[in-house]
Design a protein. Structure first.
Length: 83
């Protein structure tokens, strides 16, 4: 993760879906409590910045990239494979 940007709960859910990753799998890989991740994804609470960074870094390491707000809305996509 080169540049930290705060990801949104819809971006997190979308990234997990693209990767076929369950909440439990992501929580374990990011070393965060499953309830923390579930609460973030439902909008019940915002995690601490370091927790959010761990979630983002884990998803990025698994193959997604987050797209910042650029007038068209923030997003997420699968990273293009190196050829």
């Amino acid at each position: 993760m080169d540049t930290y940007m705060s990801i949104s709960s819809p971006q997190c859910r979308g990234a997990r879906a693209m990767l076929g990753m369950s909440q439990r799998d992501l929580a374990a890989a990011a070393e965060v409590a499953p309830r923390t991740l579930a609460d973030f994804e439902t909008g019940a609470r915002q995690p601490h910045p370091r927790t959010l960074a761990a979630i983002q870094a884990t998803l990025e390491a698994a193959g997604v990239e987050f797209i910042p707000e650029n007038g068209g809305g923030a997003g997420v996509r699968l990273r293009k494979a190196d050829t």
